[in-house]
Design a protein. Structure first.
Length: 365
C-alpha cells in the first residue's frame, strides 16, 4: 500500500540532535548563548544590523508596529491574500488593518489599489513576501516615501529570499522572519525582527523582555511582555540555518522538475518568479480552474495538497467590517485557483514521478 505523501514537512536529523545536546549540557533552557549565536547567524544571512529572536512571527510583527508608535486610531494596509497573522498583528497593536487587493501575476500588493486605500489615518504598509518569492518591494518602498508611511515587511515565508540581491525583510523600517514548523527552515516556532535602526531594535527588545533593556533586573522602564525565545529553538535553528543552502537547492530541483514535466498540461499554470528575485521555492504552486476536483483526485491517491490562503475579506471573524467582496477579485481568484504540491526537501524522485503521473492522469479524463 502506497504511503501518504505530505505537502510539506521539515528536514530534521542528527544535526538538530547534536545542537540540542548543547542545550542539555549547558543547563540553560531559556534564551542565552545559543540564542545570541542564532541571531548572529540570521544577521549574517540577511545583512541586517539587528536580528531579535522572539516567540513567533506574529508577535514579531506586533513588536514592529508598537515600536513605530502605531496603535488605536491608526490604519495599516495589508494584502488581502495572506495568512491571518498579518492582519491580526495589526489588531493586536490596537490599529485597524485595511485590506488591499493583489496583482495576479506576482501576488504582490497592487500599488494603484494601495493609493486608493491611503487615508489620513494610514501609518504603514505591510507587504507580504508570499510562497518563497518576493513582493514588488522597491515599488512599495517608493509609495511609502511618497506618502510618508512606514514600511514593515512580513517575510514570514521568506527566509533566504533575495530581491535584487538583497534579503527580503531588510528594505523597510523593520521586517520579520518566521521559523514555524512548515517554513523552509524551522525552529518549531519562532520569529525574528530585522532592522538597521538602533532605537527601533532597542524598543523591540524591551517589548519582548517585559519592558526592560536587560534580563536579571527588576526595574522596568517601559510596558513590555514575555516573547522570549528558548535555547531549544535556537539549537534547532542553528542546525537548520546550516542546511539552508542545501534545502533551497533541492527545492529548486523539485520546482523545476514539476514545471518541466507538467508544461504541456493545458489548464495548469505554475507560479513563476521575476528574474530579479532569488526565491527559495517554499511551496511549488500552480493555478487551475479545476483546483477543487484536482485536489480531491490527488487526495484520493494519497497525495496532500494545499489551497492558497483564504482571503482576509472572506474571514468570518472580520465580518463586522462589512467589506465589499467585489473589491478583491484577484485575491479571490488566486484562492479559488491556487494549489500547492508536495515539495519537501525529502520528497523522493519516485514520489514526485507518482504525483506528476497522477496529475497527468487527471487531465486525460
Amino acid at each position: 500500500m502506497k504511503s501518504f505523501i505530505n505537502q510539506i514537512q521539515p528536514w530534521i536529523g542528527e544535526e538538530e540532535s547534536e545542537q540540542l545536546l548543547r542545550v542539555i549540557e549547558s543547563t540553560f533552557v531559556t534564551e542565552h548563548n545559543l540564542t545570541r549565536e542564532f541571531e548572529a547567524k540570521v544577521r549574517d544571512l540577511t545583512g541586517s544590523k539587528h536580528a531579535i529572536a522572539m516567540t513567533n512571527g506574529t508577535v514579531a510583527l506586533f513588536c514592529c508596529l508598537k515600536s513605530l508608535g502605531i496603535g488605536p486610531g491608526d490604519e495599516v494596509i495589508v494584502p488581502d491574500m495572506t495568512f491571518i497573522a498579518t492582519s491580526n498583528s495589526v489588531i493586536m497593536a490596537g490599529a485597524t488593518p485595511v485590506f488591499c487587493d493583489i496583482k495576479l501575476d506576482d501576488m504582490s500588493l497592487d500599488v494603484e489599489k494601495i493609493k486608493e486605500c491611503i487615508t489620513s489615518k494610514t501609518k504603514a504598509i505591510m507587504p507580504v513576501h508570499l510562497y518563497g518569492g518576493a513582493a514588488n518591494i522597491k515599488e512599495l518602498k517608493r509609495v511609502c516615501e511618497e506618502f510618508n508611511l512606514f514600511l514593515v515587511e512580513d517575510a514570514a515565508q521568506g527566509v533566504g529570499v533575495k530581491y535584487d540581491g538583497k534579503h527580503v525583510g531588510t528594505f523597510g523600517d523593520l521586517g520579520i522572519l518566521s521559523f514555524y514548523g512548515n517554513k523552509t527552515i524551522t525552529c518549531g516556532e519562532g520569529g525574528v525582527v530585522l532592522t538597521d535602526d538602533d532605537d527601533l531594535a532597542a524598543s523591540c527588545y524591551r517589548l519582548k523582555n517585559h519592558g526592560r533593556d536587560t534580563k536579571g533586573i527588576f526595574v522596568h522602564s517601559h510596558i513590555g511582555f514575555n516573547f522570549a525565545f528558548t535555547e531549544m529553538q535556537a539549537a534547532i535553528g542553528i542546525a537548520q540555518l546550516n542546511k539552508l543552502e542545501k534545502i533551497i537547492s533541492r527545492k529548486k530541483e523539485i520546482y523545476d522538475r514539476y514545471v518541466l514535466s507538467l508544461s504541456e498540461v493545458e489548464g495548469l499554470r505554475p507560479l513563476v518568479f521575476e528574474e530579479n528575485i532569488s526565491p527559495v521555492y517554499w511551496f511549488t504552486s500552480f493555478f487551475t480552474n479545476e483546483r477543487a476536483s484536482l485536489a480531491k483526485h490527488l487526495d484520493d491517491n494519497k497525495i496532500q495538497t494545499r489551497q492558497f490562503f483564504y482571503p482576509l475579506h472572506k474571514q468570518p471573524c472580520y465580518g463586522f467590517m462589512g467589506l465589499d467582496c467585489e473589491s478583491f477579485p484577484n485575491s479571490s481568484q488566486s484562492f479559488e485557483e491556487g494549489i500547492s504540491l508536495p515539495s519537501s526537501y525529502n520528497l523522493t524522485e519516485s514520489q514526485q514521478d507518482y504525483i506528476i503521473s497522477c496529475i497527468k492522469d487527471y487531465y486525460k479524463k
